[in-house]
Each structure stands twice: as structure tokens, then as C-alpha cells.
Design a protein around this ligand. Sequence first.
Ligand code: ADP
Ligand code: ASP
Ligand code: MG
Length: 407
Amino acid sequence: MLYPMAVIVQKYGGSSVADVKKLQQVAERVMRTRQQGHDVVVVVSAMGDTTDELLGMAKQVSPNPARRELDMLLSAGERISMALLSMAIRELGGDAISFTGSQSGIITNDRHVDARIIEVRPFRVQDELARGKIVVIAGFQGVSYKKEVTTLGRGGSDTTAVAMAAALDAEFCEICSDVDGVYSADPRVVPAARRIATLSYEETQEMAEAGAKVLNAQAVEFAKEKGIAIYARATRGPLPGPDPSSDGTVVRKSPPRMPGTVVGVASEKDVLILDAEGPAADLLALLDERGVSGKQLHVYAGRTTLALSRENLHNEAQVREALTATLGSRVRLGDGLAAVSVVGAGINATYANVRAGSEVLSAVGATPSGISTSSFRITWMIPTNRTEDAVRALHGRFIEAEQPLLP
Ligand code: ADP
Ligand code: ASP
Ligand code: MG
């Protein structure tokens, strides 16, 4: 009797496929994985900064581009890399076939530009795997029930990969990038940041939502639901050995850490704070009608405040106009702000961490204009131009000082 081989899903981000040479190196890594006897599904991002470049062109044509048309445009980026990678694998003697999100059965809701995957029907992928093929899938895209092409929000190729891994019952999902795992802060900003060997789904989700780019927050949801392990690794590094946490980060169900331990610091630049007087319902309806999603909503005594991340806000001019037309001087938009956060279970048992963080932020000239907390996170709003110093200061205070490296 023939047993099916274990499926492995590998995702390669934009910097890993930035040019043809890098695509060829990825093709070699895929072939090595295949030669180890696995069924391989590869999810690719658009090459290098393609998505930013496409967005830039759209903005030149229209300040408020139609969301549907943005999806038609942005989804083209991943199509280019999937076809080229498939060709590169074939050049190495592999038998590859590429699929768009729609062809691979990624079904989403109809919320263009930041659609959510609601179902994966991977029949064509399974058929091709059964024929012995390496399947290459365009990340970041799907198709809605209305048969419209959608995209999954910035960083969405991670979501494609993990959702596909869950649907195929994969052994694990490897997220390959220019960094060899999830660090205690962005290693480009904090040279003293440390790679975290293992993370729980919850910790990873909080880090991602707070702005750590290595892994997309929605991706982690799918992994958690099905208990799929995610290996965050460097594309240039080796294939996972018996202990994948030794040279990358493993995200899986993990035993709890000491409550109150800060696992990481993350930041999101370019946040808008919306502060309005009047009925919250009207304001929220206005945002929903325009497809704007916010976070950290507070409604109290006739005041509504919330944070909007600019990353997936492509019709800002239109939203600002509508807000002023409806609410006039009763609405204020705080500009030039960044959100810096520390993440860890039980870090808010007392306000000691909030106080300590506010203090070090003020000391580096990043005096917070707002604070919000959850049981897992403290977020400070600070001036955008102080982001890097703020992240280094929080890392110094909560990680370097608290958890010194053993000599
Ligand atoms: P990809 O194109 O492979 O998806 P991304 O740019 O989305 O890559 O994510 C990788 C980048 O995330 C790294 O280059 C790093 O600078 C940044 N980053 C931010 N926070 C973290 C963190 N906590 N750990 C590791 N990398 C981080
Ligand atoms: N290409 C998309 C982006 O730049 C998706 C991704 O890279 O994950 O956001
Ligand atoms: Mg990414």
C-alpha cells in the first residue's frame, strides 16, 4: 500500500525572491526539500518592492483608487513570482506547476484590499501533489464568493501559506525570510535583539498585531486553529533539522512562561488616532462603509477614540473628507504618531511596567501622548520620528536589563 508523503508548505517573502538570481536560489532550496522525500507546496510573495511600486503607480493615477481595481493590480505581483519560480524549478529538473490564489482554492470574503480567508478548497493542489508535482502558489490573494479577485492585506502571503498548510494538514509551515526567526525586537533597529527559540501562538499573534513584520497576525490564527507548527527561518539558512528551534523560531502550542515576562518589543509607524465627540455608532458606520478597520476602540462619556493603521488605508483622502463633512470640528485626527508596544502574558498585573515604560520613553524624548493596555500588551503612542529610539529604550529596559544573557 502506498502512503501519502508528508506535505510541507514553504513561504518565501519578497526579499527572498527580489531578483532572478534569488528566485533561482529559492528553486534550489525547494528542490533540496523535495529530494528529502516531502511533498512540497511553495507560496511566494511579489518580487522585492513590487507591491509598493504598484501601489505607488495607483496613487499617481488616483488618490482614492477603487479597492477592487487595487486588488486586480496588486495580485499581479505574486503572479509574476509564482510563474518565474515554477520555471526556475523546472530548469533544475523539478516538475512544478503554478497556481493563482483562486486556482488553489483560497476563498475569501468580499472585502477588497484586506479580505479574510473563509475557506480553503485545495482540490487542484492535492491533485497535482498526487501527480508528484511541486505546487507553487501566488501568496496574498484569493477569490471571493462573488468570483472577484481579492488580496489579504499587507504581509498576507504568510496567511496564504499557513491557511494552505492547515487545509492540507501539512507537517509544518516554513516561513522563509531575510531574518532567521522572530526576535525580541526588529534586529535592524535593535542590535541587541535576541532570536526567540519558541513562541506560543498567542505571543506571536500579539507581536504581529503590535507591528513585528516577520509573521502576519492572521496567519497565526490559522495555525492555532489546526495546531500547525510554524517555523520562521532564513531563506539562506539550512533546511530544518531535528531541532528547528536551534536556528530559527518555532511557533506552536507551548507551556506558559513565567507570568510577567516581556517576550518582545514591536512598533507600528504611521498610525492615525481618531478622536470624536458624538454617537459612536455613526462614526463606526462611516468607517465601515469605507472599508476602514481600526483597533483599540474606546468609547466613553460621548467620546470615541481609536487607532487606524495606515498600512491598509488606501483611501485616506476620501475618509478624511467624509469625517469632516459629517462631524466637522467634533473630530480630530492625530497625525505623525507611532505605536510602540511590549508584549508578554501577565505584564499588567500591576501598573509597574506601564510606569517604567513611560519613564524610559520620556527619557529618550518620546513622551507618550497615549497609552492602552490589554492583559498581553502595553502600547504607547509616541511621535513617529522617535520610534527607533523608543524601541531601543523599551528593549533595554524590559529585555536587556531584566533578562541578562548568561556569560
Ligand atoms: P518577507 O518579505 O520575507 O515577508 P518582511 O519584511 O515582511 O519579510 O519581514 C521580515 C522583516 O521583519 C525583517 O527584515 C525585520 O527587519 C522585520 N522585523 C520586525 N520585527 C521583527 C522581529 N521581532 N523579529 C524579526 N524580524 C522583525
Ligand atoms: N506582496 C504583499 C506585500 O508586500 C504580500 C506579502 O509580501 O506577504 O504586502
Ligand atoms: Mg512579510
